[in-house]
Ligand binder design. Sequence first.
Ligand SMILES: N[C@@H](CCC(=O)N[C@@H](CS)C(=O)NCC(=O)O)C(=O)O
Length: 196
Amino acid sequence: MKLYHAPGACSNASRIVLEEAGIAVEPVEVNLRDKTLPDGTSFLNITPKGQVPALVLDDGQVLTEGAVIMQYIADQAPASGLLPAPGNMARYRVLEWTNYIATELHKTFSPLNRPNTPPEFREITRTALLPRVFGVLNDRLAVSEYLAGDTFSIADAYAFVVLGWTKRQDIDLSAWPNIQTYLTRVEDRPSVKAAL
Ligand SMILES: N[C@@H](CCC(=O)N[C@@H](CS)C(=O)NCC(=O)O)C(=O)O
């Protein structure tokens, strides 16, 4: 398999999950600005979405959407515990958090990563939209070590990567101490060190 990714991007969550699952892939770095690949061809030939991550399976199928790629990878390695089996309520708790990270954290954060976002909207994002999500995560992490319970899941790989963007945006997380402790806990995992 090949994973199309970009440095510092949300595709790092898929890299962590691959590491946790013990699955090796060929990484291909995408230049997100001009959508080119190292061989000079266009990433748009791989996916017209032009966004990482994209996973190319051994049969040539292309799977996009990070939250779904991580589910696919976790299901290839059920013993990893990254995503419980279908039918188990614990699976839907992991997916509940994964979807929250995708739709409320990741996509609330994304405008800060774009140079053309107006300053007024940046300010609202930093002072109101993100703090609301940080509050939910901080409260949750007061009662469990990881988002869906006591074990690391795909939701944590995703949350760790997106929350890490606070550093480069100079967002102070000291008002949410459980998030700070959580980031240190996840950062210490060998998979995270190996993947990043
Ligand atoms: N819906 C996609 C969005 C992925 C996404 O936002 N990727 C960003 C990097 S974190 C990207 O490729 N940005 C470049 C662009 O949108 O042109 C997913 O959830 O995987």
